[in-house]
Every structure is written in C-alpha cells, then in structure tokens.
Design a protein around this ligand. Structure first.
Ligand code: GAR
Length: 188
C-alpha cells in the first residue's frame, strides 16, 4: 500500500510534532518538517526522528508569496499531499491554500471560535471562562477560522493558571491530533 506523504509545519517546541511521530500513523509518512524559526526546538526533534527539515526565515524573502512559492515547489517535489500545522505561528497565504485546498489542518488550544490567534490559553484564563479546550480544523485564509473537524472540552478549575491549563491542554492535544490525523488518513 502506498503511503500518504505529509509535512508538519511548526515554529516552536514541537510537542505536537513529537506526538504525531510517536503515533506512527498507519499509511502516513511524515516526509519533512517545515520550520520558520531557525532556533526552534522542534528542529532537534525532527533530527531525533530522522525527519528531513526545511528551515527558513521569512525576512530572507521579499514577500509571503515568495517563500510560499519555494515551499510549494519543495512540497510538490516530495509528493506531499497533506500539511499538518503544529504550532506554526504564521498565517497560511493564498499560494499554499490554492494548491492544498482542504488539505491543511491545524490544532489550536481553545474551543474555536473562542480565543483565536496568539496566546489562546492566556486569553481563556484572563477571560475567566468556565470551559475551554482544543480544536482541530481545516485551514482557510482567516485566523484559526476554517471548518472544525474535532473539539474536546476542558473544565476550567477555579484556581486555574496559564501553567496548569497549558499542561492539561497539551495532554489533550497530544491525544486528539494524532487521532484526527489517523481518521483523515483512513478516509484519504
Ligand atoms: C500548541 O498548543 C498549539 O495548539 C498552538 O501552539 C502550541 C504549539 O506547541 N497553536 C496555536 O496557537 C495556533 N494558533 P508545540 O510546539 O509544543 O506543539
């Protein structure tokens, strides 16, 4: 059986990338990691799992369109048909969206549409909401706004801090994201 070739895009620590790798998703090969932060910890994780990396700095290109053109060429050359965003803190532009329509998914640490954008965990603690959670969704041109694939709720504790909530959210993320990817690969 030929495997689906996928790329993970990440900017930071890479705990979700690690969770995806550890799951060894049947029928899915993580062909490479794209990272926009040359010092990100996720690059060490990719080396550990022997996953090739493509690391770039947006400031080295004249526009989003210019670096996404390079990314599209690399992805297509490698036969990549799915993109999993795992803490990739950059909006996806038209260049990638046109080629990978309904084939880019993202994980976000809130119950979207609540708290899109940066620091969703901090935003939820600050707002004092009774519940928050994790969302996996298709990516469109908006900020964390595409169609929702799966969500999992978490009750907020009365004495919740960003640290306690982040720990519990990440535990959910590391279980939910590989599971959703597994389901999508079965249907592909
Ligand atoms: C994760 O919590 C992910 O949901 C969030 O970044 C973190 C990356 O952690 N993504 C977003 O906020 C996207 N808007 P990781 O690098 O340890 O996987």
């Amino acid at each position: 059986m030929s495997k689906v070739r996928a790329a993970v895009f990440a900017s930071g620590t890479g705990s979700n990338f690690e969770a995806i790798m550890k799951e060894k998703i049947p029928g899915c090969d993580i062909t490479f990691l794209v990272c926009d932060q040359p010092d990100a910890k996720v690059i060490d994780k990719a080396n550990y799992f022997d996953v090739p990396t493509f690391v770039f700095s947006a400031k080295d290109y004249p526009s989003k369109q210019a670096y996404e053109r390079v990314l599209v060429d690399k992805l297509q050359e490698a036969g990549v048909t799915w993109i999993f965003l795992a803490g990739y803190m950059r909006m996806i532009g038209k260049m990638l969206l046109d080629v990978y329509e309904e084939r880019i998914i993202n994980i976000h640490p809130s119950l979207l549409p609540a708290f899109p954008g940066k620091d969703a965990i901090g935003q939820a603690v600050e707002a004092g909401v009774g519940k928050t959670g994790v969302t996996v969704h298709y990516v469109d041109s908006g900020m964390d706004s595409g169609p929702i694939i799966a969500q999992e709720e978490l009750e907020m504790f009365p004495d919740e801090t960003i640290e306690t909530l982040k720990k519990r959210i990440q535990k959910v993320e590391h279980r939910l994201y590989p599971r959703v990817i597994k389901d999508l690969m079965l249907k592909d």
